[in-house]
Design a protein around this ligand. Structure first.
Ligand SMILES: NC(=O)c1ccc[n+]([C@@H]2O[C@H](COP(=O)([O-])OP(=O)(O)OC[C@H]3O[C@@H](n4cnc5c(N)ncnc54)[C@H](O)[C@@H]3O)[C@@H](O)[C@H]2O)c1
Length: 247
C-alpha cells in the first residue's frame, strides 16, 4: 500500500468493497488520496471504518438496475462527479455443468457481468462530464486454466474482457480508459468459503511466483491503471497473478 497522493481528490466508486480483494483496493485508493464510495450488498461498515473520513459506504446489489441508478444519483448529489469506477462485485460458486441450474447461471452472469453494464450506465454521465475517467473491471486468470466446475464463471469473466474492449472504443474520446485486471486464486473470505487453503497453495505451484495470492496483490495494478500515468493504456487485460496466465 502506498501513501503517495497519486489519486488526490478523485472520486472512486468501488463495488463489492465489503471484504477481500476489493476492500484492499478501496484501502489503497483511499491511502492515495481518493474519495472512496464503497458499495456492497450491505453497507460495508468494516471497510468504511478502515478508510479515511472522506469515504462513504453504500448498500446496493449491483445487479439491480434500481439500486445501481440510486448509487449514481447519490454520487451525483454528494460529489457532482465520478472519476474512477472499479467493478469488483463477483460471485464464484463451483458447479459442474450437470449440476449448473439456470438460476445459478443467471445469478453469476447478473452479478459478475450485468453489474458492469448497469454501473457504467449509472456513472457515465458524471464521468463524461468530467472529461477524465478510469474504469477497471475484475476478471480472473482462471479463464485460461483447466479448472472444472466454473463454466458459468468463465463465461462471465470472458464477457468482462469483451465489454472492456468495447467500452474502451466507445469512451476514448471522453478521456476515459477502460481496462481489466485478473487476479490469481487468492486467500479471500469468498474463496476460502468455497475452497481449502491447500487448493489455493496448489494453484500457486503453477504460477511463476509460487506463493498464494493475497487480497492486496492486485491493488498496485489497479492504482496504476486508475492513475494519470496510465493515460495511454486502454482495452487491456492485465493479469496480476504471479505469472500463471501468460497472455
Ligand atoms: N479471490 C480470488 O481468488 C479471485 C481470483 C480471480 C478473480 N477474482 C475476482 O475478484 C473479485 C473479488 O473477489 P474476492 O475473492 O475478494 O470476493 P469475496 O467473495 O471475498 O468478496 C466479494 C464481495 O462482493 C460482494 N457482492 C457479491 N454480490 C454482490 C452484489 N450483487 N452487489 C454488491 N456486492 C456484491 C460480496 O458481498 C463481497 O463483499 C470478484 O469479481 C472475483 O471474481 C477473485
Amino acid at each position: 500500500m502506498s501513501n503517495s497522493q497519486t489519486h488526490a481528490g478523485r472520486v472512486a466508486v468501488v463495488t463489492g468493497a465489503g471484504r477481500g480483494i476489493v476492500q484492499a483496493i478501496a484501502r489503497d485508493l483511499d491511502a492515495r488520496g481518493a474519495i472512496v464510495v464503497a458499495v456492497d450488498l450491505e453497507k460495508p461498515a468494516e471497510t468504511v471504518a478502515l478508510l479515511g473520513p472522506r469515504a462513504l459506504g453504500f448498500a446496493a446489489g449491483v445487479s439491480d438496475p434500481l439500486r445501481t441508478a440510486a448509487v449514481g444519483a447519490a454520487v451525483a448529489e454528494r460529489f457532482g462527479r465520478a472519476d474512477i469506477f472499479v467493478n469488483n462485485a463477483g460471485t464464484f460458486p463451483f458447479r459442474e455443468i450437470g449440476d449448473l441450474d439456470y438460476a445459478t447461471w443467471r445469478r453469476v452472469l447478473a452479478v459478475n457481468l450485468d453489474s458492469q453494464y448497469l454501473m457504467v450506465k449509472a456513472l457515465l454521465p458524471l464521468m463524461r462530464q468530467g472529461g477524465w475517467g478510469r474504469i477497471v473491471n475484475l476478471t480472473s486468470n482462471s479463464i485460461v486454466t483447466a479448472t472444472p466446475g466454473l463454466s458459468h464463471y468463465f463465461a462471465s469473466k470472458m464477457g468482462i474482457i469483451g465489454l472492456t474492449r468495447g467500452l474502451a472504443n466507445d469512451l476514448a474520446a471522453d478521456g476515459i480508459t477502460v481496462n481489466a485486471v485478473g487476479p490469481t486464486l487468492s486467500r479471500t473470505p469468498g474463496v476460502l468459503a468455497e475452497r481449502s487453503a491447500d487448493a489455493v497453495s496448489q494453484v500457486a505451484q503453477a504460477q511463476a511466483i509460487k506463493r498464494p495470492g493475497e487480497a492486496g496483490d492486485v491493488a498496485g495494478t489497479v492504482a496504476f491503471l486508475t492513475s494519470d500515468d496510465a493515460a495511454f493504456v486502454t482495452g487491456q487485460t492485465v493479469m496480476a497473478d504471479g505469472g500463471l496466465a501468460r497472455l
